[in-house]
Design a protein around this ligand. Structure first.
Ligand SMILES: [Fe+2]
Length: 318
């Protein structure tokens, strides 16, 4: 049986692919400015400077949009933790170092523009937002339990994570029911998509290089996947609200995040696995079937719950 490649060997072998993909990214990425997505004329001072402090009545966002915005912004705020994970597992040399710096700088824009928008439009409580940011960043983020660090796990995880945040931002934009927020979140989602493509290409190239070893990492990540917001204040409540209203649910996770990537890597079509890879692939197949069944069950429960709530509203009106 061929031995696994070391982290250093992987990084060296994949360096030309990293170079090619950094160049591809730089040629595709569009310059954009956070200040262009914020309605500054709606801004006014808070009490400290003689104005008035935040009041819930000032927000135009409903509970779902608020929960989704806060969850997505706190996720972006936690960038130092993600930077640490990526910087520790990628090399600082050549194209790897260029990517880590560039990716971090682009990601930082997302938190900047979302916070400016939310504070200027008074869409959420700025004091609570700051308390949540402090708590979430102080706790930091580390790979979900059971997923060991290392280049392969990191690159597989961020492939799915970038795509997951893309879906979440897009649907949050729609839920805001407000054209500026929608445009801003579409802009962020387009960045996340380009980031996803970089990581997906890197992980795909690694899969060609060491099929069994890389499939093992992918399988581990898929089976232990947690949204990056796990552990933030109110994550359970907000996660439930977001799933209930179609911003990010299990069906979307399976069909818009996991499956498109798995298909792109030809996981179920390729013939370069040995017995070890075949066994992992079989386990992954079973896991995905089970996820599909769980998604169906969730959708049925949700339909019943939404129907019950609609009926209650009807009764209140009549
Ligand atoms: Fe982002």
């Amino acid at each position: 049986m061929a031995r696994d490649l070391t982290q250093l060997e992987l990084l060296q072998e994949l360096l030309p692919v990293a170079e090619e993909n950094v160049n591809r990214h730089l040629s595709m990425a569009k310059e954009w400015h956070p200040h262009d997505y914020v309605p500054w004329d709606e801004g006014r001072n808070f009490a400290e400077l003689g104005g008035i402090d935040w009041d819930p009545a000032q927000s135009r966002l409903d509970e779902v949009a608020k929960a989704a915005m806060i969850t997505n912004l706190l996720t972006e705020d936690n960038l130092p933790s993600y930077h640490r994970e990526i910087a520790e597992n990628f090399s600082q040399d050549g194209a790897w170092g260029t990517w880590v710096g560039r990716w971090t700088a682009e990601e930082n824009r997302h938190g900047i523009v979302m916070r400016d928008y939310l504070v200027v439009t008074r869409a959420v409580d700025p004091v609570q937002l700051e308390q949540f940011r402090m708590e979430h960043m102080t706790n930091g983020f580390s790979s979900p339990s059971g997923v060991e660090a290392g280049f392969l796990h990191s690159v597989a995880y961020v492939t799915f994570q970038e795509l997951a945040t893309r879906v979440s931002h897009r649907n949050t934009g729609k839920a805001c029911n407000e054209p500026i927020a929608d445009k801003m979140l579409q802009r962020i989602a387009a960045d996340e998509n380009l980031h996803m493509i970089f990581y997906r290409n890197m992980c795909g190239a690694a899969l060609d290089l060491a099929p069994d070893q890389v499939l093992e990492a992918i399988d581990h990540v898929v089976q232990n996947f947690q949204m990056p917001g796990a552990g933030m204040p109110n994550f359970r409540r907000n996660g439930v609200l977001m799933a209930k209203h179609g911003i990010y649910d299990l069906r979307q996770h399976l069909e818009e995040v996991v499956m498109p990537v798995v298909r792109k890597w030809n996981v179920f079509e390729r013939n370069d696995f040995t017995a070890r890879g075949e066994e992992i692939r079989e386990g992954l197949g079973k896991f995905l079937e089970n996820l599909d069944a769980q998604a169906t069950k969730f959708e049925e429960q949700r339909d019943r719950m939404l129907a019950r709530e609609a009926k209650k509203r009807e009764q209140r009106v009549s």
